[in-house]
Design a protein around this ligand. Sequence first.
Ligand code: SF4
Length: 364
Amino acid sequence: MKKIFRSKNIARKIANKISFLSSKFDEEIKIMHVCGTHEHTITYYGLRTLLPDNVELVAGPGCPVCIVPAKEIDEAIELSLKGIKVYTYGDMYKVPGSKYSLAEARSLGGNVEVIYGFYDVLDRARKDGVESIFFAVGFETTVPTVASHIVEKDIPENLRLLVSYRLTVPALKYVLDRDDIVLKGVIAPGHVSTITGAYAWRFVSEKYNIPVVVAGFEPIDVLLAVYIILKQLVENKIRLVNEYSRVVSLNGNLVAKKYILEAFKKVDGLWRGIGILPKSRLMLRKKYSYLDARKFYSINVGEGIDLRPGCKCGEVVLGIAKPTDCPLFMKRCTPQTPYGACMVSSEGTCNIWAKYGGYIKYIE
Ligand code: SF4
């Protein structure tokens, strides 16, 4: 199965069809995806090199770590420096806060531990028995596990949550409402859609009259999504297509969605480098506020510094700039010495371009 989805011959055939359809347009066809894993597939397999000049694939706000405001990292750092154990994902560990990252805080004596998943947090918090917090970061995909343990009251007494969850649908709405970002198609995120369901993206075609395809993460998935978008544009039959139907259902994971809604409410939220987006952040509901680290501890970090001088992360996250448009790319800012948030995570566009950009990887 994997072989088919990475087949060089099939990729070439789809690319030829894309090329034929693209010749019917004089203007540029800009297609946005909103998932770091899609950017990885596109860049790692060199898919942009298979596309005609007038078809451009741009990365939108699809990295959950890149958009966490510095202030929320500062909060985690402050708690760690007070001796409270902070459990964090590895991707978050080196993302700069206003002054330090959690990794730097640890070198200053901060109590920080990197974990792979929420079950590690539960195990360790129960075993250690020390006061601890989980820095809960991510999009819709990572929320349900935590939400189910909140609702089922299966969180150890010594563990609290520093919740920094964000939602992708409001972020895409924000992008589509901007006049300076003109998109002709959207590739919706496969992972997020396993929870939300494909229908979550219907608004793109129905309200904005733009083709939208929920796509998987193999190179053939992405090329097929581009082909479907161009075909819809040529035929003027704009609609939602679920290319990733082998994994994503139309209505998503109903149990997971129920847990999310029961544990959290949607509020306006700040996105690093973007601003405040309506109903884009999850907060613990009142009945679970005893788990809220912000309420339990008095944290006082002041305003955060989201963008360091010269960093174009805000524009990169919105697909307005490419990483290579940033004068600091691979100079002051590298994966080894990240200056901006988009250079840290394996889902950050700058990090992906730094690792794979400029190299054509051939599909088998
Ligand atoms: Fe920011 Fe570094 Fe990307 Fe430039 S290369 S936009 S400094 S993360």
